[in-house]
Design a protein around this ligand. Structure first.
Ligand SMILES: [Zn+2]
Length: 426
């Protein structure tokens, strides 16, 4: 039975992978609708021939890697259960009832180490791909250092989750998911609060803007939007990547706008101001808080479903998956598997919400700066720097795009321009 499930699992994964290979490389049409040809959204007008080919190639491979990696994780958890590895990790953790926490920590360590080792080749391929297309500029030691930080942060988070969830399960078989969710609310807020000052600085250096002239211009814009000055930061990313970015992070006193130094180095002041205006929209419209609320709502539904599904799966396949009871720590890979499947299934929905917020931020930015040329150039430069597709295939957009596509973003600016001209003629 275990062998049969394993075989079906691998077969479905291969078929799934072949489907996406066919979809991304042969079926999906990412060429531009003809009415956009020659417009400023047409990559042929702002990329050279080599950049055009590279961006098509690179995006296709990146997209394939994306679709392969999440279900690969699922396969991994199924493997850990079917082969009894989860039981072995538990055995290695010892049976001592005195030091429950130590036992939980050792189990979690083996499980995360195994998961890390198995997924390492995919992460490495993804890093070298990004390097060979000259997106990433990060040396192997520096990349490995980031990977290790990731590993320990993941381990720490997982440890907290295992300890709390299995303790709650032992207290209440029926309501553990609800109590777990209630505890996750302050925990999430606490992590969000600490993120910009404790977690992010483990990876990179953050400091106030270096270019004081530019800072003055940004502060003037910020005062129009009523954003206090001390909330704009620069981060040294140039030693890691060639791509451009800016984002809003943190909550309460730690909330801030962060600009990658690559963005500051590669764009003109007008373009940077356009990006800043976009980020200010997120800040002013409190998109981060809406995002947290949405996340908490989804996790309530998610935890409820995980609890229901765990009961069903363990009752039906407990023997073959070698899980005697739901509240046995050996069921943790099943917990992670179900959570990951649900999150993947929910991602088109959360991306949709995010795309809506992003398009609002774009509108806010163009109304605030009223500089269409700077906006268009910014989007073109973003596409070039990240070798991203202007018009990605539908499934890629649904599952991967938290931002509108560049085609949509640039056309929105052009429409704004047209609208303005029409108004001035009346
Ligand atoms: Zn944004």
């Amino acid at each position: 039975m275990a062998r049969k499930i394993g075989l079906y699992g691998i077969l479905s994964y291969i078929l799934y992978g072949l489907f996406f290979y066919w979809y991304l490389f042969y079926f999906a049409d990412s060429s531009l609708p003809f009415e956009y040809e020659g417009s400023s959204a047409d990559p042929a007008t702002f990329l050279n021939g080599r950049e055009l080919t590279l961006s098509e190639e690179y995006s296709k491979i990146r997209n394939l890697l994306f679709f392969l990696s999440t279900p690969f994780e699922w396969l991994l958890y199924i493997f850990v259960l079917l082969t009894g590895l989860s039981g072995a990790f538990k055995k290695w953790a010892g049976q001592s009832s005195k030091f429950k926490m130590v036992q939980v920590a050792i189990y979690t360590f083996w499980l995360s180490l195994f998961a890390y080792a198995v997924t390492f080749p995919l992460s490495y391929i993804s890093h070298s791909l990004s390097k060979s297309y000259n997106i990433s500029t990060q040396s192997f030691p520096s990349w490995m250092k980031d990977e290790l930080i990731d590993f320990w942060i993941n381990f720490g988070t997982m440890l907290i989750i295992v300890a709390v969830v299995y303790w709650l399960m032992s207290k209440s078989q029926k309501r553990w998911w609800l109590y777990a969710w209630l505890l996750s609310v302050p925990f999430t807020l606490f992590v969000m609060f600490l993120q910009p000052v404790v977690i992010d600085p483990l990876y990179n250096d953050f400091y106030p803007l270096k270019d004081k002239q530019l800072e003055a211009k940004i502060l003037e814009l910020a005062s129009q939007a009523n954003i206090p000055a001390e909330h704009v930061f620069e981060v040294n990313m140039a030693e890691k990547t060639n791509s451009l970015n800016a984002y809003v992070t943190g909550i309460g006193a730690n909330s801030r706008i962060v600009l990658w130094d690559t963005t500051l180095n590669r764009l003109t002041d007008d373009q940077i101001l356009f990006i800043m205006a976009h980020e200010m929209a997120h800040y002013v419209e409190k998109h981060l808080y809406i995002g947290i609320a949405g996340y908490l709502l989804l996790s309530l539904i998610g935890l409820y479903l995980v609890a229901r599904l765990m009961n069903i799966v363990v009752a039906k396949w407990g023997e073959v998956l070698r899980i005697p009871r739901v509240n046995d720590i050996r069921s943790f890979p099943l917990f992670l598997l179900l959570l990951s499947v649900l999150m993947f299934a929910a991602s088109p929905f959360s991306n949709l919400v995010s795309r809506y917020q992003e398009s609002r931020a774009d509108k806010y930015a163009i109304e605030m700066t009223d500089n269409v040329e700077a906006g268009v150039k910014t989007f073109q430069e973003l596409s070039r720097a990240g070798l991203s597709q202007v018009n990605p295939p539908l499934l890629v957009k649904l599952f991967r795009y938290g931002h509108p596509t560049m085609l949509e973003r640039i056309s929105m600016l052009e429409e704004y321009e047209l609208e303005k001209r029409r108004e001035s003629q009346e």
